[in-house]
Design a protein around this ligand. Sequence first.
Ligand SMILES: [Zn+2]
Length: 492
Amino acid sequence: MTNVLRAKNIILFLLSIALLSASCKVASKTGSVNKNGAVLIYNVNVINVKNGDILKNKAILIKKNIIEAIDDYSALQSKADYAEKIDAGGRYAIPGLWDMHMHIEEESLVEDNLALLPVYIAYGITTMRDCASDLGMQVLDWRNEINNGKLFGPRIFTAGRKLEGMHTMWKGAMEIANEKDLNEKLDSLTSFKVDFIKITENTLAGDLFLKAVIESKKRGFKVSGHVPIDLSIKDLADARFSSIEHASYLIRLGSDEDETIRELKADTLSRADANKQYFKNFDQQKAVEGYKMLARKNVAICPTLIGGKQLAYLDEDDHHNDAYLQYLSKRFKKNYSWRINRQSTDTKEQIQQRKNNYELIAKQIPYLQSSGMLILAGTDAAALNSFIYPGLALHQELVLFQKAGLAPLAALQSATINGAKFMGVDDSLGYVEPGKIADILLLNRNPLEDISATQDIFAVMKSGIYYNRKALDSLLETAKQKSIELDAKRGD
Ligand SMILES: [Zn+2]
C-alpha cells in the first residue's frame, strides 16, 4: 500500500467516525428510530378518523417518511425484515394533531418561540397554522427550514403578516387605507409565498375588509379572519370567506344582523351596545339557520374556545402553579399580563357576563357540527394570549369541545383531517393510511372513548421519524433548560 493510499484510507476512516458520531448525536438527542429508512410498528390499533372504525391488532410499515402499508404483522413481517420494529403494546394510532390557529409572535421573543417548536412535537402537534404576527417573515423562514429538514419542529402553514387598517394596535400588520394599498400588500404576500391570507378588523372598515377578501380569493388564496362589526357574516360568506376565526362572532347569527348593522351605520347604536345586543337577543334556532348557510357556502369555523375560557374564568382558576410555566421564560410570561390588565377593572357583573358569553359560545359547538360546518381545532396560543399554552392548549380545546357535547370522533377530526382538508393537503396528510406522510401519534388510551386520551402520548412520529416517550420528555427538558438559560442571559 502506498503512503498516499494509506493516507486516503485514514482520512476515510476518520470521516466515517465523524459521520457515525454525528448520526449518533442526532439519534440520542431525539431518540429517533428509523433504521435503514423503515419502521414497523406492530401490535397497534389503528383508528380511522374518517368513520371511527378501529383496525385491531395491526402493523404499520413506514418507509422513509411515507406509510407504506397497514396489515397483519404476519403479512408485513417478511416484507420488512430489515425494518426497525416497535411493539406498540396494543396502543392506539391516530394521525399527528393540528393546531389550526396559533401565533409565533413578538419580536423580542424570537429565541423563545424557536425553543417552543420542539415542545409542540412533544405534545403531538405535527402541523400548525400560524395566523400571522410581527414575526411573520421569521416564521416564513422557519416554515421553509422545517420543510427542508434544516430545523426541527411541526410543519407550518402561515399567513405571514396580516392585513389590517391604518394605525392598528397589531404590530407588524400590513396596513391598508385603500384598494391601491390592498393590491400592493397582496403582491408582497404573494411574493412571500404565504399559505393563506389573514385579515382582522381592529382599524379596518367593513367595505375595505370585504374588498380584501374578494381580491385575495381572486388570487387563489384561502382567506381567514375576524368579522368587522359593520359587515355581515352573510356578505363575507357570499365573498367566499374561507374560515371565521373565533366562534364568538357567530353569536351575531342568532339575531337580525342586518338590522344591527343598519343601526350602527346610522349612529343610533354604539359598537359596544351592538355586541351586547347580539348576546341578549340570541335565538338558537335562528343561529342554526345561519350555520347551515355557512356550511352550504363552505365557510369553516375555528372556534378557539380555550382563549375565551381562560380569560372568562381568571377569577376562579389560579394559573400561578401551572406545570407548563416551566417551559416559558420570564419575558414570555410577562406578556401574559397584557390581557389580564385589560380586564382587571371589570365589575362583578362584567365578570359574570363574560362567563355567560363564554358558555353560550361553547354551547354552539355541537350545532356547528350538525349543521355541516367544517370545525377546525385551534387555540390562539401566542405570547400575548394569557395561559394558552403552546401544544398543551390544543388538547384542552378538544376537551372543551367534548364537554360542549361534541362526540370524541368529531373532536378528533377537528384536529386531524379537517385541518388537512381545509389546507387542501388531505391527499398526503391527516390520516393514518397507506400513501400518506407518516405523522402518527401512539396513545395509551382510546381517544374515541374519551378525547382526553390525546394527552396520554406514548410516542410521536413526524415525517417517519419516531420519538419515544423518553425522547419526548427530553425535548421538554431541553425547553425547560432553555427558558432558564434565557432568563439568566437577560438578567430576568
Ligand atoms: Zn389569533
